[in-house]
Structures are given as C-alpha cells and as structure tokens.
Design a protein around this ligand. Structure first.
Ligand code: FES
Length: 61
C-alpha cells in the first residue's frame, strides 16, 4: 500500500526509513531521495513514526 502517492513511497519504505532512524517525515523523504509534493501523506507518516516509537517504548519496558 502506498503512503505517498506523489513519490510512490510504500508502507514498507516508511518502515525501513523509521528503522534507519527517521524521526520526522522530512527524514523519510530524504531517506527515499525525494521531496514532499502535496504533503497529504505527512499525517500518515507522523502516525507511523509515533506508532513505532510507542512500540519501541513498550518493548523496552
Ligand atoms: S502524497 Fe506524499 S507528497 Fe503527495
């Protein structure tokens, strides 16, 4: 499933970027070597980053 239709960024690409240390959507675009276009995907990216951070926090407990 695509998260960013403008740049063809899939969920797995976002997860890979987060696993590589992305902490904000700009990091994800940089990881993918592209720039935001319409920015409609930014909220979804932020949600995925927050979800991953929460999962890591719970895993550390
Ligand atoms: S959907 Fe990601 S920049 Fe447009």
């Amino acid at each position: 499933m695509y998260v960013c239709n403008c740049n063809g960024i899939r969920e797995r690409d976002v997860r890979a970027a987060i696993d590589d240390g992305a902490q904000r959507p700009a990091d994800i675009f940089r990881h993918q070597g592209c720039q935001p276009q319409c920015a409609k995907c930014v909220c979804d990216m932020k949600a995925m980053i927050a979800c991953q951070a929460q999962a890591m926090k719970l895993a550390a407990e």
